[in-house]
Structure formats: C-alpha cells, structure tokens
Write a protein that binds this ligand. Structure first.
Ligand SMILES: [Zn+2]
Length: 143
C-alpha cells in the first residue's frame, strides 16, 4: 500500500506511467519547491507492473485537465491530516482550451487571436478535434 506517512496536507499523484513522472515533476516546477516533495520512480504496482509516484506535502493548485492529458491513468489522492480524504481518477478531458495547438495553416486560429479549442474525438485513440477546422491532433503530441 501507498505510504503517505510523511505527507501531512497535500497531494499524492499515483499510478503515473513508469518513466513519465519526471515530466510531471518538471511541469509542476517541483525541483525548486520550498516544501517537501517525494519522487518515487519504478515503484512496484500490482495493477501496472511499475509506476512513478509524486508526493507533495503542500496543497498546491493543479490543472487536472492538463494532468489528465499528460497521463489519463493517474490517480490523485488528496491528503489531509495524514489521511486520504479524496481520490480523483483522472481521464482525458472532454474539452481543452489553449493546451493543444491547431497546426492547420488554413484554420482561423492561425490568423485570428482566438483560443485554440479542441474536443475529445476518440478516447481510445486519444485524439482531439479542432473546434473550428476539424483538424485532429493526438494527446500524445502534447506529451
Ligand atoms: Zn483548427
């Protein structure tokens, strides 16, 4: 079982695909965090074989849409007073704004200053479709 003894109030990002934790660690800027952070690489996991885990002893704001786009299999545990008070199972977001970028030169987003909006197109293939021109992009392009 996950040991959260050292986390008082904070967040545990669990079930990260092994090897992917460093990208999340860097995205969250945890290398220069002024609070305790534990980064576990290649932990044994019955469900996944190997996984990465990030334990953050601070209540930080995380954009779960972006985190779900990076790795939709993640579980986020919210820790309060050393206990898990909430488990959030991430998934690919239905809609993302200014996260994926449309690369179609004929798309209105290439000439107008409007947000890049994509809608989930195929959950299995992890693809998104541009709201304006129907160009399809893969969530993997963001990773
Ligand atoms: Zn477009």
């Amino acid at each position: 079982m996950l040991n959260v003894d050292q986390i008082r109030n904070g967040i545990v990002i669990d079930h990260i695909k092994a090897g992917q934790g460093i990208r999340i660690f860097n995205w969250l800027g945890l290398g220069r965090a002024p609070y305790n952070v534990a980064f576990v690489v290649n932990a044994s996991s019955g469900r996944m074989g190997r996984k990465d885990i990030i334990k953050i002893d601070n209540e930080i704001e995380i954009n779960f849409d972006i985190l779900g786009l990076i790795d939709p299999n993640i579980t986020v545990n919210i820790i309060e007073n050393e206990g898990i008070t909430e488990k959030i199972k991430l998934q690919l977001p239905e809609r993302v704004e200014d996260i994926l970028v449309c690369k179609n030169p004929r798309c209105i987003t290439s000439t107008e200053k409007i947000p890049h909006i994509f809608h989930l197109y195929d959950r299995g293939r992890e693809t998104y479709r541009c709201e304006y021109c129907d160009e399809v992009r893969s969530a993997a392009d963001f990773r």
